[in-house]
Design a protein around this ligand. Sequence first.
Ligand code: PMP
Length: 433
Amino acid sequence: MTGTTLDDYTDRYAQRMRGMTASEIRALFAVASRPEVVSLAGGSPYVSALPLDAVGDMLGELITRHGANALQYCVGQGEMPLREVICEVMSLEGIDASCGASPDDVVITVGAQQALDLVSRVFLDPGDVVLAEGPSYVGALGVFQAAQADVVHVPMDESGLIPEALEEALTAVAASGRRAKFLYTVPNYHNPGGVTLPEDRRQRILEICQRGDVLVIEDNPYGLLGFDGDPLPALRSRVRDGVIYLGTFSKTFSSGVRMGWALAPHAVREKLVMASEAQILCPSMLSQSVVTAYFQTMPWQEQLKTFRTLYAERRDAALSALADFMPPETAWTHPGGGFFVWLTLPEGLDSKAMMPRAIHSRVAYVPGTGFYADGSGQRNLRLSYCFPPPERIREGVRRLSSVMEQELELRATFGATASDHSGRTDTPSPGLA
Ligand code: PMP
């Protein structure tokens, strides 16, 4: 090896590494975490709102009393007590025995992220088509890319995935002689869209997928974080077959325990377990024990209310600041829950090109292009309101608005975006390195 900065391994990498690039969010984390920057970029849940002393006591007790078990390997599917807890949690969204849900068909995973990866390993060959909302969760796009799948985006509006657009996409895929392996969808409080699929669309989308023989991957991290009323019934609650449901404890308890799950038709569940065993042997027994103890012994439903109230306040702070500060012709979604709001910028602005200037003005967001497999999203960006307190959110939105105004002024003067003008579109500022 020469020790130069060139990558000496280039001709050895597997094909699947070709399309893989560092996530836009990862690249931003280093600068966005500086204290002077208001980060509206990452989607970290506000775990400080947990009763940390009580969780600490619970952990100490767990190791003292059950350490020999909690510190051991376990079965690949994950432990029964946690699978029972998972069924109790899913019943809040209508997934219960009446639609055939059972702890036997739950596979415990390292966050919903591993569940996504397992589903891809089980179903996708290189070149297969995946239908996904446009925009889509960046981590899912990374998984599909690693599987060398071809993502076809289906547009959304303020009410989520558009059924007619789904039908059109299916027809176009069929006309090209291919078959969509599955639809990947986040029906509740979408990441990054912030929108939620209403009842009538849920039914129609299921019907379209059933008619087209397309499996549905329902990814639902935020379903219990709605700000008004009861959770909407999950897609999986309406059908016994044809939907693989993915859940996580990252937003209802802790993202650090890395615990999620898949609920799959029995035959698929077997395949998911085999794929998971090949990947990780078994999920962490310690994390499973912690989550089980938390849900069995602590007031988790009360804690959910605390989280909902906290995130609702932050959502309100974001929406009122957007209304107060944003330049005309900026549009944004009105999330009824979850962590994110999705902005559409005035004509001519490019969220990625604007990023160095935003960081210089001490505010961070995620450019929209990260959420599309086809490079669109230049005029969009995602703001997260889950982590900073309300006054910081307001300040962040104010800073972002003034960056946009400067860009618009420069554009009016020079006829291009400020970043185009300075020739820095493709070169990250030192702050972004
Ligand atoms: N799906 C979506 C839509 C998400 O937003 C996230 C986390 N940001 C995940 C899956 C993965 O979550 P985890 O692995 O922490 O369960």
